[in-house]
Design a protein around this ligand. Sequence first.
Ligand SMILES: Cc1cc2nc3c(=O)[nH]c(=O)nc-3n(C[C@H](O)[C@H](O)[C@H](O)COP(=O)(O)OP(=O)(O)OC[C@H]3O[C@@H](n4cnc5c(N)ncnc54)[C@H](O)[C@@H]3O)c2cc1C
Length: 362
Amino acid sequence: MIVGGGLVGLTAAASLKIIGHEVIVLEKAPRIRAAGAGIGLWANALRQFDHLGIGPEIRAMGIDQNMWFFTPAGDPVRAPGHTDSDHQFLLVPRPELNNLLADTIGRDRIHVDAHVTGYTETESDVVVHLANGETIRAGLLIGSDGVHSNVRKQLVPGSDAVNHSGHYAWRAIVPTGNQRSETTVLTVGHRRTRGGYARVAPGRTVWMVNQFDAGPLTGSKRERALERGRQLAEAGWNDDLLSMIAETPEESILENQITLVPELPRWTSTRVALIGDAAHGLSPHIASGGTLGIEDVGVLCGSLTAEAGLDKALAAYDHARGARFQTVREHSAAIEHAGDAAEFARRYAAFSHWMLTTAPVT
Ligand SMILES: Cc1cc2nc3c(=O)[nH]c(=O)nc-3n(C[C@H](O)[C@H](O)[C@H](O)COP(=O)(O)OP(=O)(O)OC[C@H]3O[C@@H](n4cnc5c(N)ncnc54)[C@H](O)[C@@H]3O)c2cc1C
């Protein structure tokens, strides 16, 4: 039983189904959707999709990008000692990706309008409680219900997500034709801003602007994004970004206060496991929370296959992911506190190199 039909829950359902489990996804929304615009998938995530047989379709729907950065004046910053392979990812439109996953699972396995409020764990099973009063029994409950997870609240009381004070993200997908913005432009700007744009699909570009320590917000969403965008655009550099923001209708702009999941003492109990943002919702400046959630799925499926008994499988999963996320958190903090674009780029490359070269083989 998988609670939450976001990217990671859907990937878990498809992956468990392929290794022979009966799966049901419970999603509180009235349909499968994907909050957000585009998502960068790194090689470690794409391998899991290859196992599912949908790697080629996902590569066809996305566009290869690289995580090279520019200074606010438009000078490219390169991280010495790192090669192209440390920077490459595939940018995919989120709604198409989630729809493909839902089709792979089979829509009849996905129950929408199913808001999970809690569960009761017994020795022989786990009973899931829904807001409409229904209960459903399962052998294993997987909480992939995102940053504000109800499953996590019960598994680890007092683990509510907290605002990452002053950290905001603005973004939108805009039609740009095929002539413009062919490449990724990601800039580390003044006043702790980051952002840029990237082609997400033929004729469509995603722009994004982020700021740490933003202070009080004033004006419309477009004005707020433009104000930060100007910190990424010295002397004509990034005019494309500014005009994309200026031309985006207010209602198409997504604005988020970033929230974080505190470090948890455990991700599992006897019959319950957390995966994805429910377990480790981190700051998006590492642009790999979803990718690492997909890694969770590979490790969980590997443990369920390799270990004799659910308790051993969940203990192995918990141990492996706890150790990996210790290092993810260290990298994330180091990048966040980089002093300038060059340091940000160096620390980011050190992280992506580490993530890709030490990814679990599943
Ligand atoms: C601005 C931004 C940029 C990012 N860029 C990247 C990137 O480039 N690459 C990358 O890898 N990651 C990126 N991330 C991180 C990535 O978006 C997340 O890690 C990923 O979407 C988490 O997926 P999830 O399935 O765990 O959670 P979610 O996508 O949050 O899905 C949770 C699902 O659970 C459902 N749900 C919640 N509560 C309940 C309930 N009680 N009952 C039933 N259903 C419930 C929700 O409706 C939702 O469908 C970014 C994040 C942000 C904010």
